[in-house]
Design a protein around this ligand. Structure first.
Ligand code: C5P
Length: 314
């Protein structure tokens, strides 16, 4: 009798495993991939989980243009509430000045069956130290770096290619002529700083001292849309943290403009420490204004649903 129970139990477990394997690896959804993009896996492919399908909203524009700059009441309120000092600058005027200086293109509308765009998003975690990921990172079509994360002197671990660098005024650094400087505007003053950095250079302070200028190709500058910041914070992060980290914004940006995504340099190192690969950081990167752990857990969920690859480093 006991042998029979054990036999039935094993048969049931085997059946459950086979059904799961069928759902994960063999279900017909995979056959649709080639209509969506030319990669093996396409991030735009409908997920079997409602979690991803409900959060992923391609109608939200990642980048600001003259055409889409108007903010709905709730986006404007969200964005205004992020700003500590009420800046009286007129948003429409600031946008006009922005697009008299920087390109006003609709970028990355080329998704389709012929495109396979593979992107690396490189965070600044200390787990990159000694990882030897440099060569692998440079093989990606787009390499998106964040804030002050340097490449010089760290090429073996982080690579040398940078196609996009996400910054805000307080984290700005120079980029070469080929790199897209992508501003995350957490406040209207950030947009004004960008204008000043390429013209008068007279903004030297926001809530702290900032660089008056930045070396970058003016024709490659991009500005994240405030509606995108709200979407990432409220929909993806369920309002955890005061606002999203630049790194997490870059991950969701990649989900919107790339077909396959690899994330490097996120989270703690193997000993549980959260710091930068290029310096010993005194403050705790896990908490603070951002919710490092919620962001990392969300990334791991994306990984479990085959939406991104996560390279954990050392
Ligand atoms: O610290 P910083 O914001 O410059 O780092 C860039 C991004 O890298 C962060 O926004 C965060 O998403 C990620 N990061 C991380 N773990 C660390 C350091 C940074 O996930 N230990």
């Amino acid at each position: 009798m006991q042998v029979c129970y054990r036999y039935c139990y094993l048969t049931m477990v085997t059946c459950v495993i086979m059904v799961c394997m069928y759902l994960v690896f063999l279900s017909p959804a995979d056959e649709l991939t080639e209509d969506i993009c030319a990669c093996k896996h396409c991030v735009r492919q409908q997920s079997r989980s409602t979690w991803f399908n409900e959060l992923y909203d391609l109608s939200i524009p990642p980048l600001l243009t003259r055409e889409n700059y108007m903010l709905s009441g709730d986006v404007y309120k969200y964005w205004k509430d992020l700003q500590k000092n009420t800046n009286e600058a007129n948003y429409t005027e600031v946008v006009e000045r922005l697009f008299s200086l920087f390109p006003d293109n609709e970028h990355y509308l080329d998704a389709g069956p012929a495109r396979c765009r593979i992107c690396a998003v490189v965070g600044n975690s200390g787990n990159l130290k000694g990882s030897q990921y440099g060569h692998l990172i440079d093989l990606h079509d787009f390499v998106i770096r964040i804030n002050k994360g340097p490449t010089e002197g760290y090429e073996k671990d982080v690579g040398s290619k940078t196609t996009h660098r996400f910054i805000y005024p307080e984290s700005a650094m120079d980029v070469d002529n080929t790199t897209h400087l992508v501003l995350s505007p957490f406040k209207i003053l950030d947009m004004e700083w960008l204008i000043s950095a390429f013209t008068t250079k007279n903004i030297t302070r926001t809530y702290k001292k900032v660089r008056p200028s930045v070396n970058a190709n003016r024709h490659k500058v991009m500005i994240l849309h405030p509606a995108f910041i709200k979407y990432v914070h409220e929909i993806w992060l369920l309002k955890h943290g005061k606002y999203p980290s630049t790194g997490f914004l870059a991950i969701i940006f990649a989900l919107h403009i790339c077909d396959q995504i690899s994330a490097f340099g996120f989270g703690a190192d193997q000993y549980g420490n959260w710091y930068h690969y290029f310096e010993k950081t005194a403050y705790n990167l896990r908490t603070g204004a951002h919710s490092g752990s919620f962001e990392f857990d969300t990334m791991m969920q994306l990984y479990l649903e085959y939406k991104i690859q996560v390279f954990r480093g050392r």
